[in-house]
Write a protein of this length. Structure first.
Lengths: 618, 92
């Protein structure tokens, strides 16, 4: 097999048993890698209702065949587990070097199960796999942990992935970080790692993975990189990173502000792309093999110290820790982002939880006495204090660490009405009232509200955007019609297949040059296969349906494919004034979407759909 | 008689940090010519040889409460209109 070793490393932390399993090319062709492998193994090995924080849960790190090369961040890795936040599969796509490093040890995937009796870390090289005592690392943040481990190695090639204190404390939206700056952020993968008493994974390898046609891969990479540099499609991403979204999101009226009570922010000029570049930005970083370079380095000395060693806030973090909390201070946003990174907590969930509490205070459901500290819209000290409280599970932080769905049920008094989540996953920073496809994507995403499960509506306001996928007609971001087909297609292609191939999603967004044709060609050149675009898309559909079967087995059905009530309220101002996302339209979209997917009225795949997709399940 | 053109998170190096420009009403192509004098290199980046807006960008005309996409240089822009130039893509 080209692009694979055909080997899985399995570690049972309870029994301290380390062993290998193999897979064949037929399996590889069907699920390809990354999230595809993760979904299949989780479906096959986790009985329904398995407690995500029990030793029985699996934590899977899976590479794809493109980890054999280094191109547009393809050395990232998929982290899959049963989410403690949602009870569904958390498939989190971590950029950086970890996938390439694991591949270089001779393994395509690492599956962890059980629970160590004491804190440990795992070390994997091509020569040995060791479970090492980690008491001295426990209670250390992510930076201290990784620096301490690397101080003993310091070869520049070793990759360390670790949890912080939030993961140790089982915060339900705790993250895993590799190389300090790459996060498996959403869904609580870090809490699962913490529940296994596993503080870190250290990977070092030098093995090459054979590819089918190295020369033509080089030519294709050169062609795409040339276009990235010259065709103008990546210029703003390269210059601003994802900060290119802040001002435009405000202009379009889709920037969540004050817990989604509105979608435009009065102080946008203080935090938009230009403002961020001129205030806290000191440089940028790139992922391995990337010609774009969209990642921010920020540095601040006063009034808070923010280290350039960590990752600066991306769009989602700026919005979740900024306008969502009515916070217009780039310094506070960067500090809050750094705290989340050091403790290892998802910034989207953290921002949504804090804004939920702020609204509870506004509405008299909670008081600052209940919190033990001051927490007001836009006040930085309170925001930072709230993050500390959650990470350490102090006082009310113990409830907030469980996620907004749990917190609203616990607090009650109508607070469910402003708990912004879908299937327990906090809503990302794109208000669906101004982009209806994103609303349907939130409602139907396999892991609850997820902004990376489907491309965003704005890219399709032109004609012939992705003709290879049948997406030829232009449609307004605000229209409902046509969106079920758009979302279904893009979930299978962009949402799933980028996580399967562990490659960055950004260069795949049209008009950027990593088109479906080029991506499929790259897969074929690495593996020696002859996939067509249709087969590639069908693979995405197969894996998506497998994820839906997992969810259905956990009890998910049509009534769960919904949106927070707030989105039925009509926006009164801004670029999406007059827009809402009501239940009638959602139900009509679901009818069409289920039909297109070959699902019954409750959202469960028909047997003939599974047969058509070659999906064998019990 | 003027039209306001605002740049949102695009071409920061070309425009030297200035966000908003005032030009005379005209067809969008003529407005581009006016802007080119003050933002050298803009036209080449924003408009292709067929006179269409580059697919990586969106040009939106705001007239009162009405907003519409401007797709090519022939589109007419009137006194009091506002034009916003922004990247087509969003998503963090």
């Amino acid at each position: 097999m080209y692009g694979y070793h055909g080997k899985i490393l399995k570690v049972d932390l309870t029994q301290r048993k380390i062993y290998e399993e193999t897979f064949d090319e037929e399996f590889a062709k069907k699920y390809i890698g990354g999230a595809g492998f993760g979904f299949r193994w989780l479906y096959d090995t986790l009985p329904a209702k398995t407690d995500p924080l029990s030793p029985e849960n699996k934590l899977i790190f899976a590479t794809g065949p493109l980890c054999s090369i280094s191109f547009l961040g393809s050395t990232g890795i998929s982290v899959a587990t049963k989410s403690p936040l949602t009870g569904l599969i958390a498939d989190s796509d971590m950029r950086g070097r970890m996938g390439g490093a694991l591949k270089a040890t001779g393994y395509d995937a690492l599956i962890l199960e059980g629970k160590s009796s004491e804190p440990v870390y795992l070390q994997v090289t091509e020569h040995a796999v060791d479970i090492i005592e980690a008491k001295e690392l426990w209670r250390k943040d992510i930076k201290e942990t990784q620096e301490k481990i690397l101080s003993k190695i310091n070869d520049g090639k070793t990759v360390v992935a670790s949890i912080g204190i939030a993961g140790e404390n089982l915060v339900k939206y705790a993250a895993i970080a590799s190389d300090l700056r790459n996060f498996a952020g959403r869904g609580g993968t870090g809490a699962v790692m913490g529940s296994k008493n596993l503080k870190a994974i250290v990977i070092r390898g030098k093995l090459k993975t054979p590819v089918a046609d190295a020369e033509r891969i080089k030519t294709l990479i050169k062609e795409v990189n040339y276009l990235i540099k010259t065709d103008g499609s990546c210029d703003t991403l390269s210059k601003y990173g994802t900060w290119n979204t802040i001002g435009p999101a405000n202009f379009k009226g889709i920037l969540p502000t004050k817990n989604f009570q509105k979608t435009t922010f009065e102080y946008i000029d203080k935090i938009d792309g230009d403002a961020m570049l001129n205030s806290i930005w000191v440089g940028k970083r790139t992922c391995p093999g990337c010609a774009i370079g969209c990642r921010h380095v920020v540095k601040i000395e006063k009034p808070y110290s923010v280290s350039p060693d960590l990752e600066g806030p991306q769009y989602e973090s700026v919005a979740a820790l900024g306008p969502l909390l009515f916070n217009a201070d780039p310094v506070t946003i960067a500090k809050a982002n750094e705290l989340c990174n050091l403790y290892g907590m998802d910034t989207i969930s953290t921002g949504v939880i804090i804004s939920f509490v702020m609204e509870c205070i506004d509405r008299g459901v909670l008081t600052e006495d209940d919190l033990g500290f001051n927490l007001k819209w836009g006040e930085g000290e309170g925001i930072l204090r709230a993050i500390e409280t959650i990470a350490h599970r102090e006082g009310i932080g113990d409830i907030l660490a469980e996620g907004v769905k749990f917190a609203s049920k616990k607090i009650g008094k109508g607070s469910e009405n402003w708990a912004m989540c879908v299937k327990g996953s906090e809503v990302p920073m794109h208000d669906p009232r101004g982009k209806k496809g994103m609303g349907l994507a939130y409602a139907t995403a396999l892991k609850g509200a997820d902004h990376e499960s489907s491309m965003h509506d704005e890219a399709f306001e032109r004609e012939n955007v992705l003709p290879d996928l049948g997406l030829k007609e232009s449609m307004s971001r605000k229209q409902f019609g046509g969106k079920p087909f758009l979302v279904k297609t893009l979930q299978d292609y962009w949402g799933i297949m980028s996580d399967v191939l562990t490659i960055c999603k950004f260069p795949m967004i049209p008009p950027r040059p990593l088109t479906p044709a080029r991506l499929v060609k790259l897969l074929n050149l690495v593996t020696g296969w002859n996939f067509t675009i249709e087969e590639f898309l069908k693979t995405g559909e197969r894996i998506f349906n497998l994820g839906r079967l997992f969810a259905a087995r956990e009890g998910i059905s049509r009534s769960d494919d919904t949106l927070p009530r707030r989105f039925a309220e009509v926006l009164s101002e801004g670029g999406s004034a007059g827009e809402n996302f009501d239940q009638d339209n959602l139900q009509k979209m679901l009818d069409e979407y289920y039909h297109l997917r070959g699902w019954d009225n409750e959202g469960k795949p028909y047997p003939e759909t599974l047969k058509k997709l070659g999906l064998e399940v019990d | 008689m003027s039209v306001t053109v605002e740049f949102l998170s695009v071409f920061p190096d070309l425009r030297g940090g200035k966000r908003t420009f005032s030009v005379k009403p005209a067809a969008l192509g003529k407005i581009m010519d006016q802007l080119e004098d003050r933002i050298p290199g803009l036209k080449e980046k924003l408009v292709n040889q067929e006179g269409e807006i580059h697919p990586a960008y969106v040009v939106i005309l705001t007239r009162g409460e009405v907003q519409k996409l401007l797709k090519d240089v022939a589109c007419q822009v009137k006194d009091g209109d506002e034009i916003i130039v922004l990247p087509v893509i969003s998503g963090g």
